[in-house]
Design a protein around this ligand. Structure first.
Ligand code: FAD
Length: 451
């Protein structure tokens, strides 16, 4: 019998890799893990966690405005970016320590270096340039921001750098129409920067329910973001102390920072995967089956590097399913259906299941909708409405999709997600007594279909 240095070697210490490594070690496997940057990966170091902290910081702007209607008079306001970033950094360092300690406590051997695949059972560690062998290799290297080849693109930053800017730029252009671009537009705007978001398509947040996209666009504009759709960057030039952004539509914008958030690419380059026989998709993702196994039976991949659903809880589920399958003796596939998710735009989106457009393509539906001013916005004077929408299958009465825009939408959708996952019907929603007074009660009091 061949003996290996490890039962499992994991490349990448992010959401998926850490979960797989810990669980496998707890099941008795000898596990090694290499991380070239910081433990915790994108989510903890430069993704979900610092992003949400910045969203909290930005949300005080509207809270201060709303406070006046409730009788408050606030004094001089000022915002200290350096203080926020230092506090964010301290929290991330704390979390990184927790991740490393948890791995260590589970008995995972940690290598703080880059690792590449040298064969179906061999991993090369850049740290001390040696090779180790493993019965199984798990690729969990995540992804990285992609910046298109535009003249002057080197002047631009991505979300990676946005978290560590030395100053809050006075004027920012965010390029892209996905959730990261839209969230950052809200962050910069809330913190007081003059913010323009530029997206080449007709409407941002492609893939989300169209009414949700329109609702958020209107609300973001009302909050002061200059949203420009159907336009793109032709070139970026440095002019003295600022950047000049030439747009394909002809406009020229003077800004202090340009942030590209035009998608992310799987981090597979130079990993030695193809040489080892692993098949990659055209976009560079590791091709895997439902059990996250690649074309080479001993090599698996989870998380963003597989380009399935690029979300932390999904990477974690895939990592757990891998451990169950390979070391737990229970073949398990991660379930990618009806994954509830939030977008921390301002206002926030919570969504689960099918959009109206997707559901209509599958069969007859009924649409239940309410767009209303939440109680908070009555005496605050904020003219922003909340959107609640249920997409219901006409025949089975199943609630196929729930879409919420407004305060705490992300929190609400986690719970609505359980109902959708349990295949609840519209009548199940109706039988549920409302919690009053809340905004969420609208979800169980939508009486008549609007379409
Ligand atoms: P990662 O977390 O990216 O981890 C991969 C790790 O591998 C990294 O630490 C990297 O340094 C390391 N690595 C790469 N190559 C090597 C190598 N050769 N050797 C050694 N180490 C290597 N998801 C949500 O669910 N909710 C959110 O609100 C959310 N917000 C986000 C905001 C931003 C700005 C970004 C960028 C992402 C956000 N995401 C969010 C997505 C989420 O961060 C990812 O889906 C998740 O981190 C994927 O986990 P992963 O394990 O696949 O990869």
């Amino acid at each position: 019998m061949t003996s290996f240095d490890y039962d499992l070697f994991v490349i990448g210490g992010g959401s998926g890799g850490v979960r797989a490594a810990r669980m496998s070690a707890q099941m008795g496997a000898r596990v090694g893990l290499a991380e070239e940057h910081r433990f915790g990966g994108t989510c903890v170091i430069r993704g979900c966690v610092p992003k949400k902290l910045l969203v909290y910081a930005a949300s005080f702007a509207s809270a201060f405005e709303d406070a006046a209607g409730f009788g408050w008079t606030l004094g001089q306001r000022s915002f200290d970016w350096t203080k926020l970033i230092a506090a964010k950094d301290a929290e991330i360092a704390r979390l990184e320590g927790v991740y490393a300690r948890n791995l260590d406590a589970a008995g995972v051997e940690l290598h703080r270096c880059r690792a590449t695949v040298a064969g179906p059972h061999e991993v090369r560690l850049a740290g001390n340039d040696r090779a180790v062998t493993a019965k199984h290799i798990l690729i969990a290297t995540g992804g990285a921001p992609f910046v298109p080849d535009v003249p002057g693109a080197h002047h631009a930053i991505t979300s990676n750098e946005a978290f560590d800017l030395p100053h809050l730029p006075g004027r920012v252009a965010v390029i892209g129409g996905g959730y990261i671009a839209s969230e950052f537009a809200g962050i910069f705007n809330g913190l007081g920067a003059q913010t323009t978001q530029i997206y080449r398509g007709k409407l941002f947040l492609r893939g989300f329910d169209e009414e949700v996209r329109l609702h958020v666009a209107e609300a973001m504009r009302a909050r002061g973001v200059d949203l420009r759709f159907g336009d793109d960057v032709a070139a970026i030039d440095r002019e003295g102390d600022h950047l000049s952004l030439r747009l394909t539509g002809g406009d020229v914008l003077a800004v202090d920072a340009v942030m590209y958030a035009t998608g992310r690419r799987p981090a597979t380059r130079g990993l030695g995967l193809e040489e080892a026989g692993v098949r990659l998709t055209e976009g560079g993702a590791v091709e895997v089956d439902g059990f996250s196994q690649s074309a080479v039976p001993s090599i698996y991949a989870v998380g963003d590097v597989t380009d399935r659903l690029a979300l932390t809880p999904v990477a974690i589920r895939e990592g757990a399913a891998f451990a169950e399958t390979v070391f737990g003796g229970r073949p398990t596939q991660a379930d990618h259906s009806d994954v509830a998710t939030a977008v921390f735009t301002q206002p926030e989106i919570g969504t689960v299941g099918l959009t109206e457009e997707q559901a209509r393509a599958e069969g007859p539906v009924e649409i239940y909708r309410a767009a209303f001013r939440p109680m908070m916005n009555t005496i605050s004077g904020r003219d922003e409405r909340m959107l609640m929408k249920l997409v219901v299958a006409k025949d089975s009465r199943r609630v196929l999709g729930v879409h919420v825009v407004g305060p705490s939408a992300g929190e609400m959708i986690q719970l609505a997600g359980i109902a959708v996952k349990m295949r609840a019907t519209k009548e199940d929603f109706d039988r549920t007594v409302a919690v009053h007074p809340t905004a969420a009660e609208e979800l169980v009091t939508l009486r008549d279909p609007v379409a």
